[in-house]
Ligand binder design. Structure first.
Ligand SMILES: Cc1cc2nc3c(=O)[nH]c(=O)nc-3n(C[C@H](O)[C@H](O)[C@H](O)COP(=O)(O)OP(=O)(O)OC[C@H]3O[C@@H](n4cnc5c(N)ncnc54)[C@H](O)[C@@H]3O)c2cc1C
Length: 506
């Protein structure tokens, strides 16, 4: 299973290539096209196909290629945006609905695993959150009060399943974990067995709404009655370019002394926070430790975050071996809640699910439930809460200004301040940099054989200058999160085209 970065995640390890049954687009119109073969697209396509719709799922690379292949797969009924914040911004009823939607999402995951006999190491776990100073204690109190008002019990506890010092801790039961790649392979198989058409290497390039929706894809054209964008961020320039900010997050999977593997999910309250959990893969235990989040393209030393994670962990654990390290991308919604529903600016037959932050395992199945209710039954009780057309002047609105101020700065600033280097030789083997070369700005990468790859660094989405990501060896756009390979091949939307290759003169 390939992923949109150079590092192998724990989930790619020993996962074979998924080979679908079909190789061609259907020639007759179908009911629903789901774009994107991550956890959101697969859970949604399966629910709709089983609900009686004729569905096709189109994935531009392979299933699991996006963030689902680089997640850490905690299944939670609490979110990075706390229930207190949701109640404050959207009202107490919305906080209760969010909890109900999250509990139904976890029930759908468990139901899929049972119904389709998916062997994906699913386990229910308790989750512990802990505070280490006065500020964090106040945060924890606010978090647990808000959760309890929404209906989620988070009692305080005097114990933690890891040997870190803490001032206060709370525990929430009935959370879970699984192997996300094994889970989505199971969904894909069940979808195909139910008659769904799954096509990989089939990027959706554009669509037009006529009597039916007409899609142009890498494998030809296709007509459908309804269209769902489950691509993590929808392709092209649209409202979500301004309502979702791209972030990178880092994880390592290590082996530690046998008694040190935590038997629960554990989170500190630092900013950005760290988390700990254990996963057994092919009989071997791994401690998964993650954090170090930052805005995409805003850190020249991305690979240092792996070193930081390892150094931090070694303070508290007897780390015997670092087996995997990987990073991935998520999209932070400006007001704290995901956008799931009708796509603004289009007819009621076009849908979108985006802005999941670090909670997309749960949000993916909130989306699957919501879309099947709307498409199969005509309505969902959650449509209002996750309405993508909402624009609330809430506290989160200041984030909206801030995130977009960053975007404007990238548009007008970074082009001018491109790092100038004296000679091309200053780029080390295996490194990339945006440089001025004979009066032109180019993105250069020097491979291990000392050969230079040059591409035009102007992102095909909105014209920002891409930045080198030395952790995953990719070119990342700091504005809206489009990402490209060393050769300029598009890895992650919202762009829909590759960067242009620049020919270097001898
Ligand atoms: C390091 C990290 C750890 C995380 N840990 C957790 C966690 O513990 N718990 C949790 O709940 N969430 C977590 N998240 C968030 C969660 O992993 C994501 O929200 C989730 O995987 C998103 O799934 P998705 O299916 O929506 O998107 P993706 O998995 O990104 O899938 C989208 C797919 O769409 C395809 N695509 C894009 N454009 C097109 C197109 N035009 N045509 C066809 N296909 C297209 C892509 O190739 C991709 O495969 C984490 C995120 C990160 C970065």
């Amino acid at each position: 299973m390939n992923r949109d970065g150079e590092n192998e995640s724990l989930w790619q390890f020993t996962m074979p290539e998924y080979v679908p049954k079909h190789a061609h687009l259907p020639t007759t119109p179908i009911d629903v096209v789901v774009v994107g073969g991550g956890i959101t697209g697969l859970a949604t396509a399966l629910a709709l196909q089983k609900g009686g719709k004729k569905c096709a799922l189109l994935e531009s690379h392979n299933i699991g290629f996006g963030t689902t292949g680089g997640t850490t797969a905690h299944l939670n009924t609490f979110f990075d945006t706390t229930y207190a914040q949701v109640a404050d911004r959207f009202g107490a009823e919305s906080a209760k609905l969010l909890l109900q939607a999250a509990e139904q999402a976890l029930a759908l995951i468990k139901g899929n695993i049972d119904t389709y006999q998916i062997d994906c190491e699913f386990e229910y776990k308790d989750a512990y959150l802990f505070a280490q100073n006065d500020d964090e204690i106040r945060q924890l109190e606010d978090l647990t009060d808000g959760a309890e008002r929404a209906g989620l019990q988070m009692p305080y506890t005097g114990q933690l399943p890891v040997t870190l010092s803490f001032e206060r801790a709370a525990v929430v039961s009935n959370q879970a974990q699984f192997h996300p790649a094994k889970y989505i392979y199971g969904l894909a198989k069940a979808f195909e067995e139910a008659g769904g058409v799954l096509l990989q290497h089939c990027m959706v390039q554009s669509f037009e709404e006529k009597e039916l929706i007409e899609l142009q894809t890498a494998l030809g054209s296709l007509k459908t009655k309804q269209l769902i964008w489950a691509t993590h961020i929808p392709s092209g320039i649209n409202v979500f370019s301004f309502r979702c900010a791209p972030y990178r997050s880092y994880a390592i999977a290590v082996q530690v002394a046998p008694q040190q593997y935590p038997k629960a999910l554990v989170y500190d309250l630092q900013d950005p926070y760290h988390y700990y959990r254990t996963q057994i893969v092919n009989g071997e235990p791994y401690l998964i430790f993650g954090g170090e989040d930052h805005k995409t393209g805003h850190d020249e030393h991305a690979a240092d975050h792996f070193t930081n994670l390892e150094a931090y962990l070694r303070q508290y654990f007897d780390v015997q071996q670092v087996c995997f390290r990987w990073s991935s991308q998520y999209f932070e919604p400006t007001d704290g809640l995901a956008y799931i529903g009708h796509m603004p600016g289009h007819s009621e037959n076009v849908f979108v699910a985006t802005g999941f932050g670090g909670n997309g395992m749960t949000y993916s199945h909130i989306a699957a439930n919501l879309f099947s209710d709307v498409i199969l039954k005509g309505r969902s009780q959650y449509s209002e809460v996750f309405n993508p057309a909402r624009l609330k002047p809430v506290t989160g609105f200041s984030n909206f200004i801030k995130e977009n101020a960053d975007v404007v700065k990238e548009f007008i600033g970074k082009r001018m301040s491109v790092q100038k280097i004296g000679s091309l030789a200053a780029i080390a083997k295996g490194e990339g940099r945006v440089v001025s070369y004979e009066g032109e700005t180019v993105a250069l990468y020097r491979n291990m054989n000392d050969e230079l790859h040059a591409i035009d660094p102007v992102c095909k989405h909105a014209g920002c200058i891409v930045q080198w990501n030395n952790a995953e060896k990719t070119w990342d756009c700091p504005c809206h999160g489009a990402r490209y390979s060393i050769e300029g091949t598009l890895l992650t939307g919202p762009a829909t085209k590759d960067l242009e290759v620049v020919k270097l003169k001898e």
